[in-house]
Design a protein. Structure first.
Length: 348
């Protein structure tokens, strides 16, 4: 994998070194309306960024669309970007996803560096080379695989986050623990998420990113084991799309909710231990609450699941677990089993 992940100890020198290794005539920094206020001031006086041009887009996933993409392409063109320019994506997963796609396609591809500022983007979106935008009401429908040159992770940015966004990112860490090993999982379900210790969290973020890197290196384009990273996402993306039309939920909340029915199916179909499922579900319910679906929503949710990019021949594809770290990709379930999992999600 060409991407280098840096767990930051000195942000200024790390950005300077990363830029020195990316041939560039101009530097562009992509921010959104939140990160331009909260995160850009942290780095804007760094010598290596003194001539950088800032492009700002709307915040939140509702702006992760073609109109925003066109705005970024136009801003690069009007700013005199060439194929030798470099873009820094400073923001959450929406900024790194959309910015990565913009960089990968502008002039057939310019170098880019991800500096994720949310926990979710640190452990998920900024690592692994997936870029894209939402299209036609579907999540990440258009995009390409393209690695950033560098990902610089600095948990100091987490001081700018509210509790909800910390929880959102933590859901992906919980998933990484489930597909990794008992020690990591036990630390995650034992962590005080209401009063997070940022130093402990920095180390846990490093561990979490290492799990993702290890899997992505084995399978960059998701033909096999990378599907492990989809745990919680088949139900989760459906929950997210369903909520988008009502009261949107953060991606990590949708993944946390998605873990519940998928762990239930894991108990029923692949022998995942009930006690560990209960511990994980209790942790999710304590910190994430629930989603107000009713049995009247099941058909719509199943229809959304059918659109998932991981499916083949119309069969809904799940990643399940036989135990912690015992990954079972390419699992399927009957409609009745899926509805039973929804029942468990609502009542469990």
């Amino acid at each position: 994998m060409s991407q280098r992940v840096i767990i930051s100890t000195n942000l200024e020198s790390e950005i300077a070194e990363a830029l020195a290794e990316c041939e560039h005539d101009k530097i562009f920094v992509l921010t959104d309306e939140t990160t331009v206020v909260k995160c850009w001031p942290v780095v804007k006086n760094y010598f290596s960024l003194k001539d950088a041009k800032v492009i700002t887009i709307g915040a939140t996933d509702t702006h992760k669309d073609l109109d925003t993409m066109v705005h970024v392409w136009k801003s690069l063109g009007e700013g005199g970007a060439s194929r030798h320019s470099c873009m820094i994506n400073l923001g959450g997963g929406m900024v790194t996803d959309l910015g990565g796609f913009a960089a990968a396609t502008f002039k057939r591809g310019i170098n880019f560096i991800n500096i994720p500022t949310t926990l979710l983007s640190m452990v998920d979106a900024s690592v692994g080379g997936k870029t894209g935008i939402n299209f036609g009401g579907l999540k990440n429908e258009i995009g390409v695989f393209c690695d950033s040159k560098f990902v610089i992770l600095d948990t100091e940015f987490l001081r700018t986050l509210d509790a909800e966004n910390i929880c959102s990112g933590y859901a992906e860490m919980l998933k990484h623990g489930l597909i990794s090993d008992e020690k990591m999982w036990a630390e995650l379900v034992g962590f005080d998420l209401a009063h997070p210790d940022l130093q402990q969290l920095q180390r846990m973020v490093g561990d979490s990113v290492a799990v993702k890197e290890r899997i992505v290196e084995q399978d960059p384009h998701e033909h096999g084991i990378r599907k492990a990273l989809n745990l919680g996402h088949t139900f989760g993306h459906a929950f997210e799309s369903w909520a988008l039309k009502r009261k949107p939920v953060l991606h990590g909340y949708a993944v946390a909710f998605g873990l519940i029915p998928e762990l239930y199916l894991s108990v029923m179909k692949t022998g995942f231990p009930t006690e560990k499922m209960r511990q994980t579900v209790n942790f999710i319910k304590e910190y994430y609450g629930s989603l107000p679906i009713t049995c009247d929503d099941y058909d719509e949710l199943i229809e959304l699941m059918r659109h998932d990019k991981k499916n083949q021949d119309g069969i809904i594809n799940f990643t399940l677990l036989g135990g912690i770290g015992d990954i079972r990709i390419n699992q399927s379930a009957t409609i009745d089993e899926i509805k039973e999992a929804f029942d468990f999600f609502r009542e469990g």
